[in-house]
Design a protein around this ligand. Structure first.
Ligand code: NI
Length: 134
């Protein structure tokens, strides 16, 4: 496939943010910004294609919600082969950040991710995963 061109409708608020972002990054051409955004979007989701992936799952959770700490520990033990390391940071009186360094098949990491997302008390799960495939 050769190069391509397409028109995209962009709402006003996103347009304003785009201009702000381009200014901050010193990008003058909208095409350059959109190409960069597409590259980031693809990089963000590429691990989902399958194969081996490595990276970090970042979580924010409310540790005062019943049993959430125990549930998080159980899940890490269940995914023993995938969870390499964990870092716990106390954010404030209630919220904790948990960073899980993970590795394995994309399908396994997807399952782990969905278990974490569905836990009561977990406010946010943000994957930062890179495909180990080309
Ligand atoms: Ni904590």
């Amino acid at each position: 496939m050769g190069s391509g061109k397409f028109g995209v409708y962009v709402p006003e608020d996103l347009m304003i943010e785009l201009s702000r972002c381009m200014q901050a990054l010193g990008i003058k051409s909208r095409s350059v910004a959109v190409r960069e955004a597409l590259n980031l979007f693809i990089l963000e989701h590429k691990w989902r294609y399958g194969g081996k992936v490595t990276g970090v799952l970042g979580l924010v959770y409310d540790h005062e919600v019943n049993d959430v700490d125990e549930a998080l520990t159980d899940i890490q033990h269940k995914y023993l082969q995938n969870v390499i390391s964990a870092l716990h940071i106390h954010l404030n009186e209630r919220d904790c950040m948990l960073l899980l360094v993970v590795k394995g098949e994309a399908s396994e990491i997807k399952n782990l991710l969905s278990e974490l997302m569905n836990l009561k008390g977990v406010k946010l799960v943000r994957p930062l995963l890179l495909s180990a495939e080309k």
